[in-house]
Ligand binder design. Structure first.
Ligand SMILES: [Cu+2]
Length: 172
């Protein structure tokens, strides 16, 4: 009888120990998971995106187009102009960049990558087809661009002006 009682106590104690160990084990797992999630949240800020604009001979808007012609991005994002069709380049339209931003011109038939370092609107043209209205507008940041008024006042070719109007309207 005493032996049986002892055995029962021992058994209960064992069960408690196992439960406690399991509990500690689970708790450690939980801590590790929590730490991992926290680390991922803290060390990985909203990752910067790369937005692609194609340079094409023909698109939905007609002949000689950047597609899409309007890009809404975040500061820190990158825009990559890719030469889908040959015979194009991308370069900034003078007077259509945020204050303090200077960009070189892209080369013919080559990808042109622009990092959006400041908020505002960035206007681009294809040099050979500027007269045909091959232009693109990039907006960086959510707010109404500080350089929207000055950028939209820049004199461009008649067809570029025509295509830029709805793009500036989207940038507001
Ligand atoms: Cu072109």
């Amino acid at each position: 009888m005493i032996t049986a009682y002892k055995y029962l106590v021992y058994k209960m104690w064992r069960m408690c120990t196992v439960q406690r160990r399991r509990g500690a084990h689970m708790f450690r797992h939980f801590l590790l998971l929590a730490a991992t999630v926290l680390a991922a949240t803290v060390s990985a800020p909203v990752s910067a995106k790369e937005l692609v604009v194609q340079m094409r001979n023909k698109g939905a808007a007609g002949l000689m187009v950047f597609e899409p012609a309007f890009v809404s991005a975040a500061v820190g994002d990158t825009v990559r102009f890719v030469p889908t069709d040959p015979g194009h380049n991308a370069e900034p339209i003078p007077g259509m960049l945020p204050a303090g931003v200077a960009l070189s011109a892209g080369k013919m038939n080559q990808a042109y990558v622009v990092k959006l370092t400041k908020p505002g609107v960035y206007g681009f043209k294809c040099l050979p087809h500027y007269g045909m209205g091959m232009v693109a507008l990039v907006k960086a940041g959510k707010a109404t661009p500080a350089n929207l008024v000055t950028a939209s006042a820049v004199k461009t070719t008649p067809l570029a002006t025509k295509r830029l109007a709805p793009l500036f309207a989207q940038a507001r």
